[in-house]
Design a protein around this ligand. Structure first.
Ligand SMILES: [Zn+2]
Length: 426
């Protein structure tokens, strides 16, 4: 069935799409200055996460930008994680009519600034510098203007495009997409989902899962000269670490078969001791040692199975008399949408038509919000104007040429996926 549908799409593209591509691209190119200005305004709102601030202001700007372009939006309030934190807000707008939905989904929170002044946008030729320029406020704007171009062009769509802007992605998404997913919000009627993460030109059709834990080992404090009365939590922790190192040696043998560069990045991951703390002073037997572990699983592995392996490891340590507990800090599933599904092919075709280059499908080495959709059977992909290597860093930037290109790609892809003719099987 996959092949038949691909063939039909190729035929319809060669008939009408080149002209549509030109018209959409021309419209979007004409919006370049407005797009740049909106990205600048978004960068100026420092939605730093952690801790998750200025969300109300940023959601309000997104809603007013939508309204100014003629799109009604709705703001969904999400309760604050604790009384001292701000509420979370998601902004959603839809364009078109019909049962099927193509979802353009992105996050508006950013990681904290790496350098002073990063929330003041700065230009260097075509490159716009500032926190969130690459990850991913420029992507939100590209998606918004893609929808505007389709509307202004009067492109016929059998279905709706949903723009969904969420908070809290940078800290795991529990109070953003996780909350919306639990409410049944995300996958409703959705036939494909696209996320403008900074993918550096490739398409991410899969992501690694994560199990992040804080491990606490308890001992008994004592003065150094009476150390025989104490239990050294640091040395007890080493016994736990030795077990973890044996597990790491085992999981490192498992390499993903998906495309991932460089080759050394293929093995499954267990990072031990990203954060470590123990004791109070050099002359006191440490009563407590805490350290983190970060297990990153390949799409070929099973999250529940890997979680069970870790739980068993700590159980065994406890049976050996070590006072150890492990608290889950974050858990996220891996995901994989095959690169030959119709949605993947529509994206690949649009990338090729706009950039002239073949789309490369790769595994994202980190967590991605495509997982919330893929978990419910929705084909989900990340493709955005930014560059991964500069995101989260002091010199984060995006090239406006790429923002304009991506907007055209999004528009073309949605037009193809929601094309009224021929009646594609669902
Ligand atoms: Zn991001």
């Amino acid at each position: 069935m996959g092949n038949t549908m691909a063939a039909q799409e190729t035929k319809s593209e060669s008939a009408g799409a080149p002209a549509l591509r030109m018209r959409l691209a021309r419209r979007i190119a004409g919006e370049r200055a407005s797009m740049a200005e909106l990205i600048e305004r978004l960068i100026r709102i420092p939605t730093e996460n952690p801790p998750g601030v200025r969300y109300h202001d940023c959601a309000a700007l997104l809603a007013s930008a939508l309204e100014a372009l003629g799109f009604a939006s709705r703001t969904i309030e999400i309760p604050a994680p604790d009384p001292s934190s701000e509420k979370r807000y998601a902004v959603v707008a839809e364009y078109g009519t019909g049962a099927r939905v193509v979802c353009f989904h992105g996050h508006y929170d950013v990681v904290p600034a790496s350098v002073e002044g990063q929330f003041e946008p700065r230009w260097q030729g075509d490159a716009l510098f500032g926190r969130g320029s690459s990850d991913m406020k420029s992507g939100l704007v590209a998606m918004l203007y893609a929808v505007k171009a389709l509307r202004d062009e009067g492109t016929l769509l059998d279905g709706r495009i949903r723009l969904l802007f969420v908070p809290d992605e940078e800290t795991g998404g529990v109070r953003g997409s996780g909350h919306l997913a639990a409410d049944g919000w995300l996958a409703r009627d959705v036939i494909a989902m696209f996320l403008p993460e900074p993918t550096s030109g490739v398409v991410w059709h899969a992501n690694r899962g994560a199990i992040t834990m804080q491990v606490t080992v308890k001992g008994r404090p004592a003065h150094v000269s009476l150390q025989h009365q104490g239990v050294n939590a640091f040395e007890q922790a080493i016994r736990v670490v030795e077990r973890l190192q044996r597990l790491r040696a085992e999981v490192a043998q498992r390499r993903t078969a998906l495309a991932l560069k460089p080759d050394e990045a293929r093995p499954s991951i267990l990072l031990i001791g990203g954060q470590v703390a123990a004791g109070t002073n050099f002359n006191v037997v440490p009563a407590e040692c805490r350290f983190t572990i970060d297990r990153r699983i390949n799409p070929e592995e099973d999250l529940d199975e890997e979680r069970r392996r870790l739980d068993e490891l700590f159980d065994a340590a406890r049976r050996d008399g070590i006072d150890v507990t492990a608290e889950l800090l974050q858990e996220g599933r891996s995901s994989l949408t095959p690169a030959d599904t119709p949605a993947a092919q529509a994206l690949a075709a649009a990338v090729e038509q706009v950039t002239g280059r073949t789309a490369a499908f790769e595994l994202c080495p980190g967590l991605l919000e495509i997982r919330f959709y893929a978990a419910q059977g929705v084909p989900a992909f990340a493709y955005g104007p930014g560059i991964l290597a500069v995101s989260h860093g002091p010199k984060e930037f995006v090239r406006m040429d790429r923002v304009v290109e991506c907007a055209a790609i999004y528009a073309l892809m949605a037009a193809s996926l929601l094309a009224p003719e021929p009646a594609l099987p669902r």
